[in-house]
Design a protein around this ligand. Structure first.
Ligand code: CMP
Length: 380
């Protein structure tokens, strides 16, 4: 006697919808796409049921809630559950600080992009929860594959970032007395992506996992809602998968500029990349006139959806041009580490654009003494 196979209600529609999305998006990695697709679906379902998730990261993490074995999504550290009232009620731990410590902490945190979005009250809670950690040369701050405990802001010291892959360890980046790290494992509930070792004596400010997730991750979820639609219209990012674009949104920080304000200064060292959210930005370069005077001339302008500030990050040279706001301008800003980590797939488009820069420069600079070359990067 044959037994009828029970097909769960909704399975056919679920798979049909998913198949349509796969065909429409032609993802490079179908597994990643599936993870994201079903995470989004689950989030929408929860929202429909009036159980809106506080953090859209939870949607990304539902795979781990379900104890998925994919290494990228395994969670062995405790997770922040926005629906868990007890944890929500738990007061944030306060680490008392002297006035001098508070001043130093505010100083190092003022340029941390992940904090820029926070309301004043949220930022105060974050600063209260942070604690100082002196570092000796050779200290291992983070070990690749460990669970994420803290987010770190650098006050001083040089920190090397290593990745071990197939038994081979490579130095992939260095933080030089500036910046922050350790956000990824906390944001995405993933194991640590790299090992970070202090090369010199230094000092770090640490923020515990629970406070980071409760305040910074929760705040980032609001940012996703605000910028998801805009980011889809940015031509540079069109080659990214949906989940890659979401990661881009997570690290973007909105900044506003007023008419004439200088956003980038020619000759300075570079640590940020910019996408114009609204308004217009003039890109200018200094040239020497025949009389030997220095004047600033316009190379081009960037408007909504366009980007600037990538050249120096790609060439690892000082800024080749300045950027000024024309009227009120809003930009979305990304730091160099995130740029390198997330925008690799857009490099071809950027390089094509970089080869146009030489032409623009040649047009306005017109003499050999003024000439610049970037094509080695564009063709590399
Ligand atoms: P996390 O994975 O929590 O811990 C290791 C940290 O290294 C990671 O967060 C980032 O903050 C930092 N990092 C720096 N460069 C990279 C990179 N190229 N890829 C991944 N993580 C990086």
């Amino acid at each position: 006697m044959s037994r009828a196979i029970h097909i769960p209600e909704g399975l056919r529609e679920l798979l049909q919808d998913f198949t349509v999305e796969v065909i429409r998006n032609q993802p490079r990695d179908i597994c990643d796409f599936a993870l994201q697709y079903f995470a989004d679906l689950k989030r929408r379902k929860r929202e429909e049921k009036g159980q809106a998730l506080k953090s859209s990261y939870e949607a990304m993490m539902f795979a781990s809630d379900e104890e998925d074995n994919d290494e990228e999504f395994v969670v062995s550290a405790e997770t922040y559950d926005p629906d868990n009232d007890e944890e929500n009620r738990e007061p944030t731990v306060i680490h008392p600080k002297t006035d001098q410590q508070k001043q130093r902490l505010r100083g190092v945190c003022k340029d941390i992009l992940l904090f820029k979005n926070l309301e004043q009250e949220e930022l105060s809670k974050v600063l209260d929860a942070m604690f100082e950690r002196p570092v000796a040369a050779g200290d291992h701050i983070i070990e690749q594959h460990d669970d994420g405990d803290n987010f770190y802001v650098i006050e001083s010291g040089i920190f090397d970032v290593y990745v071990t892959d197939n038994g081979v360890t490579r130095l992939i980046a260095t933080y030089d007395n500036h910046g922050s790290f350790g956000e990824l494992a906390l944001m995405y509930n993933t194991p640590r992506a790299t090992t970070i070792i202090a090369r010199t004596l230094g000092a770090l400010w640490c923020l515990d996992r629970v406070t980071f997730r409760r305040i910074v991750v929760n705040n980032n979820a609001k940012k996703r809602k605000m910028y998801d639609a805009f980011i889809q219209t940015v031509p540079l990012l069109s080659s990214l998968e949906t989940y890659e674009r979401m990661k881009v949104v997570d690290v973007l920080c909105p900044q506003q500029y007023t008419d004439g304000q200088r956003i980038i200064a020619e000759g300075e060292s570079a640590d940020c990349f910019y996408i114009v959210e609204s308004g217009e930005v003039r890109i200018t370069v200094r040239r020497t006139t025949e009389e030997g005077e220095i004047e600033e001339v316009e190379l081009t302008t960037c408007t909504e959806g366009q980007y600037f500030g990538e050249l120096a990050l790609v060439t690892k040279k000082p800024r080749a041009a300045s950027a000024y706001a024309v009227g009120n301008v809003k930009c979305l800003v990304m730091d160099v580490m995130a740029f390198e980590r997330l925008l690799g797939p857009c490099m071809e488009i950027m390089k094509r654009n970089i080869s146009n820069y030489e032409m623009q420069m040649a047009n306005v600079l017109q003499s050999a003494s003024n000439s610049r070359t970037f094509s080695d990067v564009a063709t590399a």
